[in-house]
Design a binder for this molecule. Structure first.
Ligand code: SF4
Ligand code: SF4
Ligand code: SF4
Length: 416
């Protein structure tokens, strides 16, 4: 076991064999450390983590099928008893050391709001400029920002919504978002009947991998066979997503924590780095791509597109902020008035257990909504389980863990 930013890893070279992601535990409990406090069971939406003795003994993740790989149990365990079981760190270091290999990095929007915490910055500080410089110093050949394909996702998902609303696309309403791998696995496992309601779009990183090895390789004159793509995510479930057979061209995935580890291991003086920009070979990105990391962000970005197309009016000034859909926890429903169209009914859900009654409504044919966003983690990706742990987790008693959970409300990261 190796400790990285207060989380243990089974190995820094533990990559599932091709096709084995579905049967791999991405997180697991160290039975010797578990204090049987039950916090992990409270935060797990699927019942995948349970007492190993069937009573109140140390917990274990019982079944990889039932586990959405979200890592919220790990992020909330007050005793540091849950470890990550999959890591591409050694594979990435080998690629960076090989002069024949061109290593492309694809950082997600939320990473730049979490990384600073590992270097002493206050929660939620934007450190994107320093992160890009650090990535170059680590030896990455290209930084193709995942924020750019967040914009592509919005265009695709927003257009799909417009076509479903107008009847041009016969797929059913409401349309659910499809960018969170925890949510996708949840729907596939427990509610396959609603899969036609899920947007047909891949997630931003699902789109960026193939773009890197086709358009990007062409633009940058890199042989795609010599290209090694690294996705940097605030999320453990994105490691699972990158290994899915229907997601192509992502060679490795690491979390914000693992990026901080690499930066420290290579003795890069992060705080004193100058800011720099990503490489724009694939294009630039907008503020709509940035807010993807917050719960409600995907919805808000897609609504901006839908609003302008349906009404023919440009959103300007404060009007671009469709604040009723911004939520940090739970369920937020809103009616958005769109001139020349009418009311678009939307719902933003944070936490899979909160999705269940809304899904049941859809299955019963009683859903009033046009568009529903579901994010597995409370507050969205910015609070994903690949981000640095909240300062007051890993305390040493149950009492402290209760206080920690109360305090975490005030450490909830937001962005955009
Ligand atoms: S939260 Fe941690 S210590 Fe508590 S039961 Fe779960 S694994 Fe054990
Ligand atoms: S990773 Fe998520 S789904 Fe799996 S056991 Fe932990 S909380 Fe439950
Ligand atoms: S909400 Fe974001 S961080 Fe959490 S599982 Fe989904 S994609 Fe990952």
């Amino acid at each position: 076991m190796q400790e990285i930013e207060r989380v243990h890893y089974a190995s820094t070279n533990a990559v599932p064999k091709p096709g084995a992601a579905d049967t791999t535990f991405f997180v697991q409990v160290d039975q010797a450390k578990c204090q049987s406090c039950g916090t992990c069971e409270e935060v797990c939406s699927t019942g995948a983590i349970q007492p190993s003795d069937g009573q109140n003994g140390p917990r274990t993740v019982v079944d990889p099928t039932a586990c959405m790989n979200c890592g919220q149990c790990l992020a909330n365990c007050p005793f540091g008893a849950i470890y990550e079981n999959v890591s591409f760190l050694d594979k990435i270091e080998a690629a960076l050391a090989d002069p024949k290999v061109k290593v492309v990095t694809m950082p997600a929007p939320a990473v730049r709001y979490g990384l600073g915490e590992c270097f002493g910055y206050p929660t939620g500080t934007y450190v994107g400029g320093k992160m890009f410089t650090a990535l170059r110093q680590l030896g990455f050949d290209k930084i193709w920002d995942n924020q750019m394909t967040a914009d592509v996702t919005i265009m695709e998902e927003g257009t799909e919504l417009l076509n479903r609303v107008s009847g041009k696309n016969k797929a059913p309403l409401p349309q659910f978002t499809s960018c969170c791998p925890g949510w996708i696995k949840f729907a596939e496992t427990f509610y396959p009947q609603i899969l036609p309601n899920l947007s047909s779009c891949k997630s931003p990183i699902g789109m960026l991998g193939p773009l890197c090895k086709t358009y990007g390789a062409q633009e940058a004159k890199i042989d795609p066979k010599q290209m090694f793509t690294v996705s940097i995510m605030p999320c453990i479930a994105k490691k699972f997503e990158g290994l899915r057979p229907d997601i192509k061209d992502i060679d490795a995935t690491i979390t914000t924590r693992e990026l901080a580890y690499l930066i420290k291991k290579h003795k890069i003086d992060f705080k004193n780095l100058k800011d720099s920009e990503p490489d724009f070979d694939l294009g630039e990105s907008t503020g709509a791509g940035t807010i993807f990391g917050n719960s409600g962000g995907v919805m808000e970005a897609a609504l901006r597109l839908a609003y302008e197309v349906l009404s023919g009016e440009k959103l300007t000034g404060d009007a671009v902020n469709i604040t009723p859909v911004r939520t940090h926890t739970g369920v937020q429903a809103a009616d958005v008035n769109v001139p020349k169209f009418g009311v678009v009914k939307v719902c933003v859900i944070s936490g899979l257990h909160n999705a269940v009654p809304i899904i049941e409504e859809v299955i019963a044919g009683k859903s009033p909504y046009h568009f529903i966003e579901v994010m597995t983690c409370p507050g969205g990706c910015v609070n994903g389980a690949g981000q640095p742990l909240a300062p007051d987790t890993l305390q040493s008693s149950l009492f402290k863990s209760v206080i920690a959970r109360m305090n975490r409300r005030f450490h909830m990261r937001t962005m955009g």
